[in-house]
Write a protein that binds this ligand. Structure first.
Ligand code: MN
Length: 245
């Protein structure tokens, strides 16, 4: 089971989630929304095999927390995972677009300076802009477009740029999400939940609910669930250098 984009620190009871994770074979990339959250919660997962924390500054917080980009850059040498970063171009956050872009570019540039990082990227309502920034600035890092919501054409552009994609149950429930996933390169896709910001009837999606995304991918790509699981595990080894343990 692989959850390449969730927010462990934002679940109502993170320790309960971690207890279950410890008992199961999994790989979880927990992204954070501020450097303070990363500093405060990194200890939470220390020593838990397969659970990693990414440092980020969420684009939706750019307007109010932009000064914290300095701290992100100071801490970047301590982790190979960066996120949640990116740009949100929807109505609600359009007003801070310039500042969002400058934060995103600065974190990418610092990641590049350090030899490259794995980047979990938010691009809602700003696909073209994000892809343009990646094209101009990324050489060593690996961009993983989380919950990609651009067009089929933009997905092809992203693929040509070398981007990876992380897809979750909520995205794959929609016709558009399914159509996008069908065009994504099977060897550059990982699963995610974006929990606790996504939910089902029982509550927020938990990392092991990526099983639902695996089942969707099996249908979309017309392969068995076992095949999908093996493919995703191989993808994880390719990007992270470690499997599921
Ligand atoms: Mn997220």
């Amino acid at each position: 089971m692989i959850d390449f984009h969730c927010h462990l620190d934002l679940y109502p009871k993170p320790n309960e989630v971690l207890t279950t994770l410890k008992r199961n074979k999994c790989f979880v990339l927990s992204v954070t929304t501020t450097p303070m959250a990363w500093e405060g919660t990194s200890q939470l997962v220390q020593g838990i095999k397969g659970v990693h924390m990414a440092i980020g500054l969420h684009p939706e917080l750019a307007a109010s927390r932009h000064k914290e980009v300095d701290r992100v850059c100071e801490l970047l040498h301590m982790t190979r995972y960066v996120g949640e970063i990116g740009v949100d171009g929807t109505q609600r956050h359009k007003g801070s677009l310039d500042i969002q872009v400058s934060i995103f570019e600065r974190i990418i540039d610092e990641s590049e300076r350090l030899g490259g990082r794995i980047l979990s990227i938010h691009s809602r309502g700003a696909t073209e802009l994000v892809l343009d920034i990646l094209k101009r600035r990324v050489r060593n890092s690996i961009p993983v477009l989380h919950w990609f919501s651009g067009s089929i054409k933009e997905a092809a552009v992203a693929t040509d740029l070398g981007c990876w994609f992380s897809v979750g149950p909520t995205m794959l429930k929609t016709k558009k999400g399914q159509a996008l996933a069908a065009t994504m390169p099977i060897d550059r896709v990982l699963t995610e939940t974006d929990g606790p910001f996504t939910s089902n009837a029982c509550g927020p999606l938990l990392p092991w609910h990526t099983l639902i995304a695996e089942e969707s991918l099996a249908l979309i790509w017309k392969r068995s669930c076992e095949y999908i699981q093996e493919q995703l595990t191989q993808n994880l080894i390719d990007i992270a250098g470690e499997g599921i343990s």
